[in-house]
Ligand binder design. Structure first.
Ligand SMILES: NC(=O)c1ccc[n+]([C@@H]2O[C@H](COP(=O)([O-])OP(=O)(O)OC[C@H]3O[C@@H](n4cnc5c(N)ncnc54)[C@H](OP(=O)(O)O)[C@@H]3O)[C@@H](O)[C@H]2O)c1
Length: 267
């Protein structure tokens, strides 16, 4: 596994993390067990970044993550998120406490504002985030779905901490962050956490076959290697099965040359 520094924190997170949207919804206890085992397999393979949110399946995703990290808490870097309706000061604190309970841990490594809420001043939200850091409930502060301008405002609202990351949609089929957000993050040394990096399962079908053969990559692996080309980016594909998880974990051992990267970009 390859690791990259999260923002300017000095912390190393795996270039391929694990997303958990839709995890926590299951029809049988076996299905739930498979989700836990897949996350545990990821940790065995060296993946340390696990992304969840209070919003995912009404907290059930965080509960599955809690089971998966039992006994390995210190090996993992847990990223969770506070929902946009909870961004008033006291609600941020309450939401974080509830996430900590569901995750059965005393700290969240990265606590992210899930979406901006223009009705609530970012200064108020960030003052609560700083309190959580001061009290040891949170280690680092992040944002999600923030534009470059919104990220800059969030940074300015923090007094003792920095915005370590911005989690945004980025994949071969959605490259809009390349316009402003990615260059801004690179300039400010903010990690861009790419969500839906596999285009929500719409795996590219027109990848150049010669490249896939040359590097023995599946199209999904090529999508993950492509999206993490910039040092500033880590990706959090969601995989509910162990074969998908293993495939994703080994995707970044290959790096395309610039001309190959351009070829994949056009596919
Ligand atoms: N901040 C935000 O607002 C936000 C929004 C959306 C998502 N996210 C985060 O980003 C994570 C990932 O995004 P996502 O869940 O939307 O989509 P994604 O990771 O782009 O795609 C997930 C889909 O790809 C499939 N898949 C995984 N590995 C595969 C492989 N090797 N080959 C073929 N198919 C594969 C999965 O199937 P299986 O499940 O069957 O393995 C699932 O159907 C989320 O789980 C969440 O943590 C954040």
């Amino acid at each position: 596994m390859e690791y990259r520094e999260l923002g300017r924190t000095g912390e190393k997170v795996s270039t391929i993390g694990m997303g958990t949207w839709k995890i926590g919804s299951f029809r049988t206890s076996e299905e739930r067990e498979t989700q836990v085992r897949a996350l545990r397999r990821g940790v065995e393979l060296g993946i340390n970044l696990i992304d969840t949110a209070e919003m995912y399946n009404h907290g059930k995703s965080e509960e599955v993550v809690a089971d998966a990290i039992e006994g390995v808490r210190k090996q993992v870097f847990i990223a969770s998120k506070v929902s946009p309706e909870n961004l008033h000061h006291d609600n941020v604190i309450k939401a974080c406490r509830a996430s900590l309970q569901r995750l059965r841990t005393t700290y969240i490594d990265l606590y992210q504002v899930h979406w901006p809420n223009p009705k609530i001043p970012i200064r108020e939200t960030m003052s609560a985030m700083e309190e959580l850091v001061r009290d040891g409930a949170v280690r680092y502060v992040g944002v999600s779905n923030f534009s470059a301008a919104e990220t800059s405002e969030a940074s300015a609202a923090l007094r003792k901490n920095e915005v370590a990351s911005n989690q945004v949609e980025y994949s071969l089929s959605n490259r809009s962050v390349e316009q402003e957000t990615l260059p801004y993050c690179a300039k400010e040394k903010i990690t861009l956490i790419a969500y839906s990096p596999l285009a929500r399962g719409q795996i590219a079908t027109s990848m150049p076959k010669e490249l896939l053969q040359k590097y023995r990559l599946t199209p999904a692996q090529a999508m993950l290697s492509w999206v993490t080309r910039s040092e500033q980016v880590v990706a959090i594909p969601k995989a509910a099965s162990i074969p998908h998880l293993e495939e994703n974990a080994s995707s970044v051992s290959v790096r395309f040359t610039l001309s190959e990267y351009d070829l994949v970009s056009k596919s």
